[in-house]
Design a protein around this ligand. Structure first.
Ligand code: TMP
Ligand code: ASP
Length: 237
């Protein structure tokens, strides 16, 4: 597969065309941002870790019956994926209160939910990715009712798979963000990435944060945390 022109550069990845209109190449960067791009930095080696981790987890999800955009890892930082049109919703699943949930509702971080929750944010940097009710998403033709049902089913299924896997690694899956896309035939598949950039991962024994919150909150030891979760993942996958 030949890499062609760059189509897009996001905060953490670049996307390239290939000689096949149905395939793209994603390239993971070490750039890190937080608070809608307000805070900028570098997490050395993050691109390599996120590429590998996301690919390993997506292959595992495929085996569990969840369709993804993943095709083939091409190198340390590059992966061949199916071209999708991204549904502009950030799909957030939570098992434990943290981050914006804790802030919005005044709930202490670490409060364990009765059942997992799901919420959607409208992917729009100018508006700061506002929360979006599913009825509003349908009303605005961002997704159909059927697509929303499919996305919810996949998202909760992914949560069960990932929660169980991370538990084997001695890691608590607190919450995570997913993005879905439509293939050319309209089929919904998991896209984007699953990594410590997009998940909250806490050490089961110590509660130590092993994810991008170390960068967001200036806790230090960011690279070590990414390396640690990657090590545990490769030992258990
Ligand atoms: P939040 O508590 O800040 O809403 O974040 C919930 C989860 O979503 C957390 O695991 C981090 C992830 N996330 C992203 O991947 N991208 C984002 O832009 C934001 C705000 C959160
Ligand atoms: N990456 C996101 C941004 O810069 C935010 C985050 O992950 O906290 O907007």
């Amino acid at each position: 597969m030949t890499k062609r022109e760059q189509l897009y550069e996001g905060k953490a990845k670049k996307v390239f065309a290939t000689d096949d209109p149905e395939f793209l190449i994603v390239s993971y960067k070490d750039d890190a941002t937080a608070f809608n791009g307000l805070k900028k930095g570098t997490i050395i080696g993050k691109g390599v870790i996120n590429n590998r981790m996301s690919n390993l987890l997506m292959q595992r999800l495929e085996k569990a019956g969840i369709p993804t955009h993943f095709i083939k890892e091409l190198s340390d930082r590059e992966t061949l994926v199916k071209k999708v049109s991204i549904v502009p919703l950030e799909v957030i699943v939570r098992n434990i209160a943290a981050g914006s949930f804790s802030k919005r509702y005044g709930v202490e971080e670490g409060f364990v939910f009765e059942t997992p929750t799901i919420e959607f944010s409208y992917k729009n940097d100018e508006l700061g990715d506002p929360l979006m009710d599913e009825y509003h998403a349908i009303a605005m033709k961002i997704a159909t009712e059927e697509e929303i049902e499919t996305i919810k089913k996949y998202a909760f299924g992914i949560n069960e798979q990932l929660k169980a896997f991370w538990a084997e690694c001695g890691v608590i899956l607190v919450d995570f963000k997913l993005e879905f896309g439509r293939l050319m035939d309209g089929k919904i598949v998991l896209a984007d990435e699953i990594s410590p950039d997009t998940s909250r991962l806490w050490d089961s024994k110590t509660g130590e944060k092993l994810d991008k919150d170390r960068f967001r909150r200036d806790l230090g030891g960011v690279e070590d945390a990414y390396a640690e979760v990657m090590k545990r993942l490769t030992e258990h996958i």
